[in-house]
Design a protein around this ligand. Structure first.
Ligand SMILES: [Zn+2]
Length: 416
């Protein structure tokens, strides 16, 4: 049984009253404590015949019945604290509506007070949700529910009316088995939308999202992504007027893979190539002196790998070529790669040719997914904070929170 606080303890009563900051007609009616559970129970009530303003028209109404409710509030001296109240329903004569009167300490349907939720959001901004749940002595699914409410609200308030340029990137969600695709406004560096998967349908969902926000797909002028056929088909279908730029880091990654393929095939005849993978992939300036010497001696051997490597260096120079010469330069490179008699390089030439327009678009748009580097770091942080996140929706909400925190005023302040 809970023990009522003696009526003589007027001072205690005053303290609680002061802390609750109640407004008429609400009164603190009773306080009980439960030493077993180490919990305070504060009972709030109103006098018979009290009037409440109708939420629709403001007319003063009497309660005709009430619903018993309970909310967890901020701890008091480390004890859990619960508010209890009968929440009145009014039957307004003016607008003929039966309404549950909102209470100022909580939002509808929540089992927590606004103060508690603000505290929970502050903790979840700083530590993994699991850890916050432990700290607050609540089940993590209840914490996630609070989290979703505030993140959703902040994301709903997000103004996207000026969005023009988008970068698309995918990230693995759990041990590389599942993916989420991120759509980032390059100009504001905001994650506008994240969705499960990395297929063509992610573009359809992004388009839907924009339409809900009142943005037509034709407003998107530039999109940067890798050469994934799914993304390309999705963009062609859902954003037919957008220009595509293929991320140059992705282009270079493919070139590096082709170089390594040539090296792997050749190392059977040339054992000196074994364990040299990174000598060919890294920038020369990042190699140690000893590694540089090995690379130099191998290069002079007239190896296939050496030729593939020179093609890579030539591709690297594309990005420093003046804009007006870029297409000529790339065409020369393609000719060289085709004549190289190196299978992997000839295949690469085919791929580059197919994507030529989007590769050269970089000279106009100057867009790369490198613009997302900061965002990617935050996404990785979000994954750590959402550890044990149970489902991908939780992870996505955490990505919004972590990546957009400073761009969403409602989240930056954690004010309910
Ligand atoms: Zn009314």
């Amino acid at each position: 049984m809970w023990t009522p606080l003696s009526k003589k303890d007027n001072l205690m009563n005053d303290v609680f009253k002061f802390m609750l900051d109640l407004e008429e007609p609400w009164k603190l009616a009773d306080i009980e404590y439960d030493p077993q559970e180490e919990a305070w129970h504060l009972f709030i009530d109103f006098e018979r015949g009290a009037l409440f303003a109708c939420p629709h028209c403001g007319a003063p109404c009497k309660a005709y019945d009430a619903e018993k409710k309970q909310w967890r509030h901020l701890d008091i001296w480390k004890w859990k604290t619960y508010l209890h109240a009968r929440v009145p329903r009014t039957d307004c004569k003016q607008c003929n509506k039966i309404t549950l009167i909102p209470v100022k300490w909580s939002r509808p349907l929540s089992h927590f007070t606004l103060d508690f939720e603000a505290w929970a959001m502050r903790l979840m901004a700083e530590m993994p949700v699991n850890a916050a749940a432990r700290e607050l002595r609540e089940h993590d699914t209840r914490m996630w529910r609070i989290f979703h409410h505030y993140v959703n609200r902040a994301m709903t308030e997000l103004d996207v009316s000026l969005v023009r340029r988008i970068a698309i990137d995918e990230t693995s969600s759990r041990r590389g088995h599942r993916y989420i695709t991120l759509f980032v406004d390059v100009d504001t560096k905001t994650v506008l939308f994240a969705t499960e998967g990395k297929g063509k349908d992610t573009l359809a969902r992004f388009n839907q999202y924009l339409l809900q926000k009142g943005v037509e797909s034709a407003q998107i002028q530039e999109i940067c992504c890798d050469m994934s056929p799914a993304f390309i088909r999705g963009i062609e279908e859902h954003f037919p007027t957008a220009e595509m730029t293929f991320d140059k880091f992705h282009v270079m990654k493919m070139v590096n893979e082709a170089v390594d393929e040539v090296r792997k095939a050749e190392q059977k005849e040339e054992p000196g190539l074994k364990r040299t993978k990174y000598l060919w992939l890294k920038n020369k300036t990042n190699l140690k002196a000893e590694q540089r010497d090995t690379l130099e001696s191998l290069k002079d051997k007239n190896l296939k790998t050496g030729r593939a490597y020179r093609l890579k260096l030539a591709m690297q120079e594309l990005w420093t070529t003046p804009h007006v010469f870029a297409d000529v330069y790339l065409r020369e490179w393609l000719g060289w790669a085709r004549r190289s008699q190196l299978g992997a390089m000839m295949d690469l030439a085919k791929t580059v040719k197919q994507h030529e327009e989007g590769i050269l678009r970089w000279f106009h748009s100057r867009m790369t997914n490198g613009l997302l580097e900061g965002i990617n770091g935050l996404v990785q942080a979000a994954k750590r904070k959402a550890r044990g996140y149970r489902n991908v929706h939780n992870l996505i909400a955490m990505v919004y929170m972590t990546a957009n925190k400073h761009r969403l005023p409602a989240l930056a302040a954690h004010r309910p």
